[in-house]
Ligand binder design. Sequence first.
Ligand code: B12
Ligand code: SF4
Length: 458
Amino acid sequence: MRLYLINPSNPLVSIVKVKENRWNRYRVWKPLSLMVLAGLTPAEWEISIVDENLGAPNYPAMPRPDLVGITAFTSQANRAYEVATHFRRLGVPVVMGGIHATMCLDEAMERVDSIVTGEAERVWPQVLEDARHGSLKRRYDGGLAQINDVPFARHDLLATGYAFGAIQTTRGCPLNCSFCSVTAFNGARYRQRPIPDVVREFQLVREKHVLVVDDNLVGTRPDHIARAKDLFRALAQANLRKEWVAQATINFADDEELLALAAKAGCSGVFIGLESPAAEGLRELGKKFNLMKGRDFHASVRRIQRHNILVVGSFMIGLDIDEPGIGKRIAEAASQYGVDNLNVLFLTPLPGTRLWDQMKSEDRIALDAFPEDWKYYTLTFPVARHKHLSLDGIIQEMISCDTRFYSMPRILRRACSNLWQRRKPLITLVGSLSYRSNLRLNCKAYADFKRQRGNRYD
Ligand code: B12
Ligand code: SF4
């Protein structure tokens, strides 16, 4: 039995434009969901994982599979349906799963043979068994999985073409920020994999550099922090010789022992959602966690950096409180906090979030010709009507923010300061240059976007 597991590409996502910007090669990440599914698949299936981000293959030239499984974030949904149509025309059954199919079940149901909603661990073996007997059901609901006893992801598949491997150690987030899908999809309970499993799976990852995909690696409560410390101790003891990057909330900075252990375990960078330079903005997004204890962001960022861990700060433009000038404000705040890299996104209503419900009820979703418009839900295009910013206005704010933070003098200043502090100056420089050269691609993308969709904001 032959199984294709496919990660559809979205040509509007700049990081997959490897030909136009060679630095992007370091930013194409592995589709861990498909490697996890492969790990859950019995040996009688011959599995190929196709990651279209490395280039879409010539499907007609490939051997006919017995089953196709497609994953999709919302921004990949269009292409997912195109791929599904191709295989269904050949009479090959197509199963779709992942966040988009879960949040937009009816839409996906119309376009594929079977849907797996939620996490797949509990139901995937049954899906395969039913497919083998030609009796696929229309829907399987995996709900929230027990992740304390799951087979390891297949790190032997997709072995080349990526700078980073990928692994997951926890699921779920209690914070439920208004724009984020994680609590709706993975639940509010912070579920943790057993530490010995994580260490063993880390050993199977072939790449020296690894992305830990957890939404919040250290969690929020004292027992979560204690577990993170134990995990870091175990990773350090296993002497894996790997460097990894992860996502965390700002409380990562609050515990010196945690930081020291993370660094010892191989943590080289952390991605932190700072979201808004204004307290009001944080309240609007429900990111109250960032407001706790009179937090000093500059001090927090410096504390992390002192352990030789780089900090990427992420912000959103387009909040209801955001007015003209917000781009400059974010660039200045990010410089003042001292982050090594800045990632700014348009506030985007994603299906299943509280923000989606709010914007829909206020008739503010400008791009709503679905599924076609989903391709713009990359957080790099403004898809909604924003309170104080027109379409041109919000795009200008984004450009002004990026050009300010990634101006050559600022890039060099950050690289020099990293050199002085002996903190990975080359990586900061390469990361910044990658962002900077994407600015040109972004400006072209905005111009195309305005031509194709600009009339929808009137
Ligand atoms: C790693 C990651 C990335 C990586 C992608 C790596 C990759 N190629 O997969 C990068 C950094 C590139 C990325 C980019 C983006 N991401 Co992202 N990302 C994540 C993150 C943190 C982890 C994903 C992961 O690997 N999870 C681990 C696996 C095991 O879980 P899973 O993917 O959910 O898969 C399980 C089930 O969903 C199901 N399943 C999944 N697929 C399939 C398929 C079949 C056939 C079946 C049966 C089951 C099934 O089974 C799996 C096992 O249970 C998630 C948050 C999260 N917790 O999932 C956000 C998340 C998926 N990203 C999100 C977003 C918005 C984006 C971006 C659009 C914007 C951005 N800049 O962040 C871009 C879009 C990229 C694109 N190509 O269009 C949103 C998606 C929401 C939505 N409705 O689409 C999420 C949920 C975060 C959030 N804050 O809301 N992302
Ligand atoms: S943005 Fe981060 S902290 Fe907020 S709900 Fe999502 S994963 Fe949790």
